[in-house]
Design a protein around this ligand. Structure first.
Ligand code: AMP
Ligand code: MN
Ligand code: MN
Length: 331
């Protein structure tokens, strides 16, 4: 079903279902922020809600989930439930078991990925939105209006502010709109813990992160002055005692080089499985490139997985980016 925020509100109000809130694999700030905000809100509205995610929370986001239990799929024992999938552009990336997915009464999808194909029974998708947190904010504001009660408290505001700042790169990327600042202002007035968020997420990198970063920067390679890539192998992660999910911030080093249009981070997950992150600065649609490798994302930030060695994955993705650059108009 196509977009309808009111149908989602109506369903939430009318149903006796239990709810599972979840998001995509490789969690980021918008993933955890939007899921946790929805979790708190549904709890407040008297629903029985479980937070399920079969992946590990990055170190710098753990402060958000300290007080709650994120369940793994096998710990869930529910019969009559619906799933709310947040910030997940692709049904196959929803990070819980196939069994839970198949037995859900309804799937409600709230998301902002350009590659989303409206896989939910109910969808609220806006590819221009800064973040899924902005969509959850809109939904909760509508809900508040319809019931004349306050839902967004300090905790929910903190979650929503987290997704907003992480997905906009601190209000820098092109998905930052006037509405993003309006929402930020309102969340701060509602008690979002801005300073804690900034310190925990952007100013608490462990020493090992910098050792790994040094090694990673040594692999920096620039093609035609326009494509930059960095490789992180599983040996590098092991040597520097740092987790796969804790190095995503390195992606921006590839894009932030003068003259570079497309930045690429290749992270080896296991042998012959490489997670690729793509970023563009001005004109290349990296979501399209990612989709050609069965991935997806946004125009300026996308990802995919390539099943080969890191060197081979690099060759394949750089080749695709070169082609995309040749096909683009230079404005
Ligand atoms: P990342 O490079 O992991 O930061 O991802 C950039 C954006 O693309 C995020 O919005 C991700 O959710 C999305 N993305 C990353 N990998 C994939 C994938 N394999 N399939 C679909 N979307 C992805
Ligand atoms: Mn995300
Ligand atoms: Mn997002």
């Amino acid at each position: 079903m196509k977009n309808n925020i009111n149908n989602i509100i109506k369903y939430l109000k009318g149903s006796n279902d239990d709810f599972i809130v979840t998001s995509h694999i490789s969690p980021d700030g918008d993933n955890i922020g939007s899921t946790l905000a929805m979790y708190y809100a549904l709890n407040k509205l008297g629903k029985n809600v479980s937070y399920v995610l079969d992946d590990n929370t990055p170190q710098n986001l753990k402060f958000l989930v300290e007080d709650i239990k994120i369940l793994k799929s096998e710990e869930v024992n529910l019969n009559n439930y619906s799933i709310i999938a947040l910030d997940c552009g692709d049904k196959n990336r929803i990070c819980l078991s196939q069994e839970l997915l198949n037995n859900a009464k309804k799937i409600i999808c709230i998301d902002h990925h350009a590659s989303n194909d409206y896989y939910g029974d109910f969808n609220y998708i806006d590819i221009d939105a800064s973040s899924t947190c902005e969509l959850v904010y809109n939904l909760l504001m509508e809900y508040e209006k319809s019931e004349s009660k306050n839902i967004i408290d300090e905790d929910i505001a903190t979650c929503l502010y987290t997704g907003l700042v992480t997905d906009t790169g601190n209000f820098v990327y092109s998905n930052t709109h006037p509405s993003s600042f309006e929402m930020a202002k309102d969340l701060l007035l509602k008690g979002a813990k801005k300073d804690t968020i900034i310190q925990k997420i952007f100013q608490s990198n462990p020493y090992n992160y910098y050792k790994l970063l040094g090694e990673a920067l040594n692999t920096l390679d620039i093609v035609d002055g326009k494509i930059a890539s960095i490789m992180i192998t599983k040996e590098m992660l092991k040597r520097n005692v740092i987790s796969f999910n804790d190095v995503d911030g390195i992606t921006s080093y590839t894009r932030d080089i003068e003259g570079v249009e497309v930045g690429i981070l290749l992270k080896e997950k296991k042998e012959n499985e490489v997670k690729v992150s793509l970023r563009s600065k001005n004109y290349v649609d990296v979501s399209k490139i990612a989709q050609s490798f069965n991935g997806g994302g946004h125009i300026r930030a996308a990802g995919c997985t390539i099943y080969s060695s890191v060197e081979d994955a690099k060759k394949k993705i750089v080749e695709a980016v070169v082609k995309a650059l040749q096909g683009e108009k230079y404005e």
